[in-house]
Every structure is written in C-alpha cells, then in structure tokens.
Design a protein around this ligand. Structure first.
Ligand SMILES: Nc1ncnc2c1ncn2[C@@H]1O[C@H](COP(=O)(O)OP(=O)(O)OP(=O)(O)O)[C@@H](O)[C@H]1O
Length: 697
C-alpha cells in the first residue's frame, strides 16, 4: 500500500501527479468546509418568531437550534474527512459491467452542498462500512480505499489500496501505524479514522442485542464501547433520544479522561456515571467502608433473595373482615375474601408498590359486587370513593404497609432475628454475622452506609418500584462489579440493551468477575453475544510480553494480547539501592519528560505522599489522574488504584512489590500490577529496591 506525502522522497507508484492529486483532495476539503459553513449559517439564520406559538416552544426550539449549530462547528484539529471510497458501482444499483461507480468521502459528520448532494458521508452510514470492513479477500465492490493523513489541520498525505486489483498486495497501513504511535497528551480521542474490522463488528452490532467484550489491556474496549454508542445514536436516533443512553465507568478520573470522545463525534447527550452514582440516593451519604469479607457477602447475588423475602414479609394475611359504611348501609367483605385478593396480587409478577396501589381498587370491587347483589347500580365513581374510604385505607395500611427501602436495609443490617428470618437457607450463619453492624445505627440518617449498602437499598427500591430503564447502557471495566452491582446496572437497561466491556485479568475487587456468562446472568442479559479482542493498540510488544508473564498466575487460560506496536527498547527494568530508589524514579521521570507526550509515574497508593514530596523538591510540577495533561503540564502522579483504563506515553513504575503488597491478597496484588504495567504507549521503566514478584524476576 503506497503512502504519499509531497515532502517525502517516497515516489508514488500509482499516481504520477501526486501534488496535483493532493491539490484536488485539498480543494474538496476546502469546498466541504465552505459547505459546512453554509449549513451552519442556514441554521443560524433561522427565524423562529413566526413558527412558535409561545415562549416555551420558542425556548425548546432555540435550544435545539443551538445544539445543531454546535454540532456543525468546524473544529480546526478534527479533519472533516479522513477517507475516501470509490465504489465500482453505485451502491444498491445494477452491478452490471459499465454501470457507473460512485465516490464518497468519509468523515465525522454528514456535509452536503447547496443542492443537497453529499460532500462528506457520516462514518456511521451504511455506505461507509466498507471503509472499515472491506479487504483484498472481500473487496465489497470497492475499487479504491484512500486514507488521508493530516498535519495540524492540513491534508498532507494519502494512502491508497486498490482492493479489487489482484496485482496489488495487501499491506499494513502506515497511517494507522502513525495514528497508534502518535504521542498522547490530553483526553482520550476518537478512533473513527482507524477502527479495525473486528472492532467495527462490535461497533455496528444492532441495538436489540447485548454484547460482552473480553479484551486485554489496550485492545480498544473503551474506544469500541464509545463508538458503539455513537453508532447506535446515529442508527436509532429517535428511539434513543426518548429512552436515553448511559456510559458507566469505574471512577471520576476515568470518566473525565473519556468524556470528550462522544462530543467530538457530535454526540452531546450521553450520560456518564459510576455505579456509585447510579445507586446514589438523596440524603444518604456513603460514609462507611466494609471489610472485604463483608463486602463480598453484600455483593453476592443471594442478597437479592434475602431482600425479596424481607420486602414480601411486610404483607400479612388479613385476619379481620372489612366493614365499609356508606350512608345508612354497611358492607362487609369477609377475611377469606380479602385473603384471596392479597394472595392473587402476591402471585402476580408486579412490584410491591404497584400491588399496594392496586389493592384499594380490588377491595372496592369486592364491595361493589356486594352492592350489586343487593340491587344497587354503583358506577366507577362509587368504586373510586370506596377505594378512598378510611376503612379501606386502614385495611391496606395494615395488610400491605409502605416499605421504605433504606429502612428495610437498616433493619436487616441491625436486627439479627429479622436477618435470620429472611436469610435462612440462603446465607450461612457466618455470612449473616458478617452482614450485621457491630454497633447498630439508630436511623437511616445516622447510619454509616457503605457503597455496597447503597446497592442493597437500590435493589430493595426496585422491588418496591420498578427502576426506569434506558435504551442502551455501556459498562466499562465491568470485571470489577459485584453480582449485586451487575443487577443494579441490569435494571437500568431491562427494556434496552447493554455493551459490557472488561478484562478478567484486570479484576482487582475481591468479588471480581470469574466468568462472563455468570456476569451476564446477573445483568439479566444471558443471551448477550461474547466477543474477544486480542490485538493491542497501546502497549508495545516488549512491554506486553513482560506484563503477560503474570497471566498464568492471575488469569490462567487467558491469551496474551498481541501488540501491533513494535517499539524496540521500550522496556527497562532497573534495580536501585533502597536509599536511591526515589531519586532514580524522579530521574526516570525527568528523562521521559525530555520526549514528547505524557508521562505517568505510577506507584502503590501508600507511596504516593513520599513521591509527591520528592517531585516538589525536585521542582517537577505534577497533575493528579483526571486532571487534563497539556503540552506544558505532562507529568501525572498516579496511585496504582486509579491507573485502570488510563494511558500515558511513558510510564515510570515505582517499586512493583509495593503495588502487590498494597492489596489484600497476592493474586489481586499481581492483577493490580498487571494493570499498572500495561498503561504505557511508548516506554515503560520500572525501578525496584525490593525483589520483583517471582513471575517477573
Ligand atoms: N483501531 C484503533 N486505531 C487507533 N487507535 C486505537 C484503535 N483501537 C484502540 N486504539 C487506541 O489504543 C488505546 C487503548 O484503547 P482503549 O483504552 O480503548 O483500550 P482498553 O481495551 O479499554 O484498555 P484497558 O483494558 O487498559 O482499559 C487508546 O489510545 C485507543 O485510542
């Protein structure tokens, strides 16, 4: 595949007039930008005064117009198109020889000229698909696939593949290679220009199905998840605008790192949250923590059964008949009939709260039947009035009382007898002991709730009242979720679909996912398709090979990532004298700062204060994860616990053994180390004063 740039000596072998050709492509770029400007000006010139009846409509319409203007902005550093497809035939038309082909420029958004003819096609449109999927083996009616290279905002190079020409050999794209190797600063960027075929399959899979992606570090899971959202919003805009989409990430700094990818693709409406955000409740603060063993029980799916029983236990069998007085008459509903009504509602697959809401009408119906038998002709208004009758209300309150989810969980965690009653045969005595607070709290307000407690409250709340479901949910770094957290995510997409992204080898919670099939059961999407990504786009080959030595211990059976990045000399492992370790680490940071791109100093959480002090003393300003790196400020000090999902051009790894020791058990420690070892794009240097873990030594 020839790559052309006017300033290289590389002679183009397919196009004699390179400068002329580039000139023509630049002219198309200039014309497309002018067309985009005209589209924006058209929107800006819209006068809505005549078409809106009132100020509310006007405000809504104006907000839509403002969004549209924003979406039509021409961003200096995001080229309008990055590729071109020349079809042998017009798509969808007659494939007969001699039928005319068609040419499409592929970009981040659709641009058309004054006549409405397309200048640039959205990368998500069906005609763009061969840009990502066509190959020599399967040319998909493409004569030419051209990729464009940009320097700053200028079109400076192109690369051609003649997919239908048997004489041309398939080759790796240099522009792809350059894109993968470009120095990283700032937040995560989109990958629309270089999505790979196996990634594209996931990105474009339909809205109705859920997908689960297992992939090692740097295989593009996060990128794929975000592009899938963008694709779904394009393909099902109306439906998802109504139902909503959500991206779930492990923590704030991660969400901050990825938050600009979708807006850059023109998608401004996607919500982002952590699981803790999802289950947050007004008035309930997380002020407590659980010991690992307790958190494991609280996160176990069996807790759902305990909660279900506890909620249902509030319903009691009516012992007394009900007497309703209306005017001069009294109507009696016997206890056995009330019991039948209650049992029928209990057996129906509806929420506790919905059944409670239905109960007064059911009772009123029973009263009405009696009125009819007595020769009266009551109508709906009478039934409503009976349902609101004080005696009926009192009966409902006694038989089917309100359940306050937080109060229910408070009682389960404080009252051994209440817990034992509902956990019997579900949790062992030992497990029940782990759940009980050593010193019970008096009220919902004063309780020191943990993150896992709020998930329990969320489950209880859903038993009482159905949780609102979104159209699509992406959950990243899913391997760290507990079964109860999967359930919390799952109830937010009961009527929608999910994209689950993760890596079993990077699970660092005591309840980390062992099997995706099991996780998908908890999520309520057992039918989800399981996909695997194995090509690594971040970590250089030497570095991933080094980190993969840990795999047999941390995730036996999982294949190592095969890196597409050959960067010789990317790994250095150095022993330091104990009293020189910090100085060596600071020196390594300084060395890396001499290059372009970001530098991450990753260390065990416990060593962060020490290193922070040393960086200050050395006159090296640094950022915390979540703060945006810039050309001026490129060094980030990263606690090992926050490294997941992030990447830096160069990584200095401080004392690997301390990272392992920072976790409650060795396997989790080694998994944490695996995460930290796989954050580097161009180079990794580790310094250690204590011996390395055996697998790395
Ligand atoms: N097709 C691609 N073209 C260019 N860059 C890519 C491509 N796929 C992934 N990348 C880049 O590789 C890096 C790693 O991607 P990403 O963070 O999505 O991986 P991940 O699988 O989520 O990793 P981790 O498991 O470490 O969280 C990112 O910089 C991303 O932009």
């Amino acid at each position: 595949m020839p790559a052309h740039a006017p300033d290289t000596a590389h002679a183009p072998d397919t196009t004699p007039d390179t400068a002329g050709l580039l000139g023509r492509e630049r002219a198309h770029l200039a014309a497309s930008r002018a067309a985009l400007r005209a589209m924006r000006e058209d929107v800006e010139a819209l006068d809505i005064r005549d078409v809106t009846a009132n100020w509310v409509n006007a405000a809504v319409l104006q907000a839509q117009i403002d969004d549209r203007i924003k979406a039509l902005a021409d961003l200096a550093h995001t080229p309008l198109f990055f590729g071109r497809l020349d079809y042998l035939h017009a798509p969808g038309a007659d494939l007969a020889e001699g039928a005319g082909g068609e040419q499409f420029y592929i970009g981040r958004r659709h641009v058309h000229d004054a006549d409405g003819d397309p200048m640039v096609i959205d990368w998500r449109a069906p005609v763009s698909q061969p840009f990502y999927r066509a190959s020599k083996a399967d040319p998909q009616d493409i004569a030419l696939r051209r990729r464009f290279g940009y320097t700053g905002g200028d079109l400076t190079a192109y690369e051609d593949e003649h997919l239908s020409d048997p004489a041309e050999a398939a080759a790796v794209s240099k522009l792809l290679q350059q894109e993968i190797e470009r120095p990283r600063v700032g937040p995560m960027r989109d990958i629309v220009a270089t999505i790979q075929p196996e990634q594209d399959e996931i990105v474009r899979s339909g809205l109705s199905g859920s997908v689960c992606v297992q992939g090692g570090p740097g295989t593009g899971k996060t990128a794929v998840g975000l592009h899938r959202v963008a694709y779904l919003l394009y393909a099902h805009r109306e439906r998802l605008a109504r139902t909503g989409t959500l991206v779930i990430g492990p923590n704030r700094s991660f969400l901050h790192y990825i938050e600009q990818v979708l807006p850059a693709l023109g998608e401004l409406e996607v919500q982002q949250a952590t699981v803790d955000d999802l289950v947050a409740r007004p008035g309930l603060e997380v002020r407590g923590t659980d010991a690992a063993a307790t958190a494991v029980v609280k996160g176990d799916a069996r807790m759902a059964e305990v909660l279900r029983r506890a909620v249902r236990s509030h319903v009691s069998v009516p012992a007394e008949p009900l007497m309703v007085v209306r005017g001069s008459r009294r109507w009696r509903v016997p206890a056995y009939e009330l019991e039948e009504i209650v049992t029928e509602l209990q057996n129906r697959d509806i929420r506790y709260g919905a059944a409670r809401d239905a109960l007064p009408q059911r009772i009123a119906h029973a009263v009405l039947v009696r009125m009819e038998q007595a020769g009266e002709a009551p109508d709906d208004r009478v039934q409503d009035a009976v349902a609101r009758n004080a005696a009926v209300k009192a009966a409902v309150k006694a038989v089917w009382p309100l359940v306050e989810p937080a109060k229910l969980v408070l009682r389960l965690l404080s009252d051994p007898a209440f817990l034992a009653e509902h956990a019997e045969g579900v949790l062992t005595e030992e497990e029940q002991k782990l759940l009980l607070w050593p010193k019970p709290f008096r009220s919902v307000k004063s309780a020191k709730w943990s993150a896992a407690d709020l998930v329990l409250i969320d489950e209880a709340a859903d038993l009482v009242e159905r949780t609102h479901s979104l159209g699509h949910v992406v959950v990243d770094e899913a391997q760290d979720l507990s079964p109860m957290q999967y359930r919390a995510v799952g109830r937010r997409c009961t009527t929608g679909s999910a994209t689950v992204l993760g890596d079993l080898a990077q699970g660092t919670t005591p309840w980390a996912t062992r099997s995706w099939r099991e996780a998908l059961e908890h999520l309520g999407k057992p039918e989800a398709v399981l996909e695997e990504l194995t090509a690594g786009f971040r970590v250089p080959r030497e570095v991933i090979a080094y980190a993969s030595r840990l795999l047999p211990q941390i995730s036996p059976g999982l294949a190592a990532v095969s890196s597409v990045r050959e960067t010789p000399g990317s790994l250095t492992v150095s022993a330091s004298a104990p009293d020189e370790l910090v100085a060596d680490v600071i020196g390594a940071c300084r060395d890396f700062l001499a290059y372009e791109g970001s530098v991450g100093l990753i260390a065990a959480d416990a060593r962060i204060p020490l290193l922070a002090e040393a960086l200050v003393a050395a006159g090296l300003p640094y950022l915390s994860p979540g703060e945006e790196t810039t050309a001026e400020s490129r060094l980030t000090l990263v606690p090992a616990s926050l490294a997941k999902g992030l990447e830096y051009d160069y990584v200095v790894l401080d004392e690997p053994a301390a990272i392992v020791d920072g976790e409650p058990d060795e396997r989790t420690g080694l998994r944490r180390l695996y995460v930290c070892l796989t954050r580097a794009v161009s180079g990794l240097t580790t310094h250690h004063a204590t011996p390395l873990p055996a697998a790395l030594a």
